[in-house]
Design a protein around this ligand. Structure first.
Ligand SMILES: C[S@@+](CC[C@H](N)C(=O)[O-])C[C@H]1O[C@@H](n2cnc3c(N)ncnc32)[C@H](O)[C@@H]1O
Length: 374
């Protein structure tokens, strides 16, 4: 199968490493996506174990658009709909990109939907329901100039949602982005981990999940279970394989979060309980200046407010200054990784950055900054 993994921009290289380690082949990355080939076993394995993708799209057809009107016929002839789109199944159409003549994704999606329901009526005398929230089949069309790629999306919701985070604090990081940032920091379970401004504890929960090999996709269903080539035996084997990886008794280093807002700290505790990691993560309600760092070496990860979504940039300057001074006085020998969307603010830390990795965080152009604290 030809698959596209949709990834957070900036984490493509980590995505390649992850996909490769899980058996993907012929891997090719470009901005925000990684293309690869996989057999069914690998495809199911990725859904259980991969931490970084937002979604996986399975390509089923490519065609050239010869004008706006040709879309209708091209869609009807592009794929074996008779076997894959029985009217008993609901569907949704998503469109990305534009062509010279199809410049509105919503309009294009309606055209695709019309072509498909008309085809269904001509075959079966009835048509599918459209379900935008929870369809049985999710059809994806990508347009680039006059080239069209038709795919099936393997999940109707984004895979970054692991299910443990019912409470989200202010401006939470998406789980897959937090995971990817941890991978970029080279944190492993030989090192203590502290998030002094932990919000809903996404970094800390993802870290334990990585350290305990807890597969992120075990408690969800996937749309490929509705596809006619779904292979229950291979799926169950991969599920078992993913379950067996989990290492609940391994000793972990100290993993600590501080959060000044008590409501948000309680949400973090709730999320940690939902994830089943209450024995692994300590959450403290308090200002970051109360952090007592365990013995080095260790890694500090955080995304302090940076004025785009939380707080005002001016008010935050003093906070960054205080944070930098506190770390220099109290965390000597530690590494700091800080996600920042405002270069003016990070300069107030008063430390020299040794790495600066561009990351898109919910459309905000951010940098994952590394500092060695002396
Ligand atoms: C952008 S949010 C962090 C989001 C978090 N990474 C998540 O995924 O939920 C920043 C957090 O820092 C907290 N905060 C702000 N000032 C703080 C301080 N002085 N000490 C500790 N926490 C603070 C805020 O209450 C907020 O929850």
């Amino acid at each position: 199968m030809k698959i596209v993994a949709v990834l957070p921009e900036g984490l493509e290289e980590e995505g390649v490493l992850e996909l490769n380690s899980l058996g993907a082949e012929s891997i090719n990355k470009s901005r925000g996506i990684v293309k690869f080939e996989a057999d069914l076993a690998c495809f199911y394995r990725l859904h259980f174990q991969a931490r970084l993708p937002f979604r996986f799209l399975r390509e089923v057809s490519q065609f050239t658009l010869k004008g706006k009107e040709s879309l209708y016929d091209s869609i009807q002839n592009a794929f074996d709909w008779k076997n894959w789109l029985n009217p008993s199944k609901s569907f949704r159409v998503d469109v990305s990109g534009v062509s010279e003549q199809l410049r509105h994704t919503h309009f294009t999606a309606l055209q695709v939907k019309n072509a498909l329901v008309d085809l269904q009526r001509s075959i079966w005398g009835k048509r599918s329901n459209i379900d935008l929230i929870s369809p049985d089949i999710c059809i994806h069309l990508h347009l680039h100039y006059n080239n069209a790629i038709l795919s099936l999306d393997s999940s109707s919701n984004s895979l970054h949602r692991r299910g443990y985070r019912s409470a989200m604090g202010i401006a939470p990081l998406k789980e897959n982005i937090a995971s990817g940032l941890l991978m970029l920091s080279n944190w492993d379970d030989s090192l203590s981990l502290v998030d002094p401004l932990c919000g809903s504890a996404t970094f800390l929960i993802e870290a334990v999940s990585i350290a305990r090999y807890k597969s992120p996709g075990l408690n969800r269903s996937f749309l490929f279970e509705n596809w006619p080539d779904f292979d229950k035996k291979i799926f169950s084997e991969e599920m078992l394989r993913a379950r067996h990886l989990f290492s609940p008794n391994k000793k972990l280093p100290r993993i600590v979060g501080f959060e000044v807002n008590s409501d948000i700290a309680n949400q973090a505790i709730h999320n940690i309980n939902q994830a089943g990691f209450d024995k692994d993560i300590e959450i403290n309600i308090g200002h970051f200046s109360e952090v007592k760092f365990p013995q080095s070496p260790g890694i500090i990860v955080c995304n302090p407010p940076y004025g785009k979504r939380v707080g005002k940039s001016k008010d935050l300057q003093a906070m960054y200054k205080e944070f930098g001074a506190f770390l220099k006085n109290n965390a000597s020998g530690w590494d700091l990784w800080l996600l920042n969307g405002n270069p003016t603010l990070s300069s107030f830390l008063g430390m020299k950055c040794s790495k600066r990795i561009p990351i898109s965080n919910g459309g905000i152009d951010c940098r994952w900054l590394h500092y060695q604290i002396h």
